[in-house]
Design a protein. Structure first.
Length: 181
């Protein structure tokens, strides 16, 4: 892919649980030279390619449930309108990181995960969070704009191996390692 090409994906989809993402097709994600790296031997390529717009849904639920049921419905309609009104275009940066995090799974067994991500520039992410915070009268930090390229976990049949990165501060706490593609 050429550098600084603007990619125009589909609009975000808001799920019932308030997780919100933009689904991407393979042509909208550039892996650089990462696929040739030996370190990726046990990693799985991210098949469910997406950009998370609202992850960590508990924050949104708690903000929404401060309102009456009638007000909640109005807020959700307005939220969908905001999502639809923005362009959601992005540019892939030539900046890659590997992240590590440990999770307790359903079986209460500690699982160590790693993921390779590519940073993106998506100006509408900041616009969306400003409007969202005004709408919900809250201070939810802006989602960290990135695309997960490869992930690895210790559970062999886990449906999801990604690492949730809900904000820049949470990203820094992962102590990410910058890599060269």
């Amino acid at each position: 892919m050429r550098k600084n090409i603007i990619i125009k994906p589909r609009k975000p989809v808001l799920a019932r649980d308030f997780f919100c993402a933009i689904k991407l097709n393979k042509s909208q994600v550039d892996y650089g030279n990462l696929k040739s790296k030996k370190e990726l031997k046990d990693f799985k390529e991210q098949i469910d390619r997406h950009i998370t717009i609202m992850g960590g849904v508990d924050r949104f639920k708690s903000a929404l449930y401060k309102f009456s049921a009638k007000e909640r419905r109005k807020k959700i309609i307005k939220l969908k309108s905001i999502l639809k009104s923005l362009k959601w275009q992005y540019v892939q940066k030539d900046i890659y990181f590997v992240n590590r995090k440990s999770y307790y799974g359903d079986s209460r067994v500690l699982e160590h995960r790693k993921s390779y991500i590519r940073l993106i520039e998506m100006p509408d992410m900041d616009v969306f969070y400003r409007k969202l915070n005004i709408l919900l009268k809250t201070h939810i930090p802006t989602q960290f704009p990135h695309i997960t390229l490869f992930a690895k976990g210790e559970r062999p049949n886990a449906p999801w191996r990604g690492i949730l990165i809900p904000s820049k501060s949470k990203f820094r706490k992962l102590h990410p390692i910058k890599i060269k593609d």
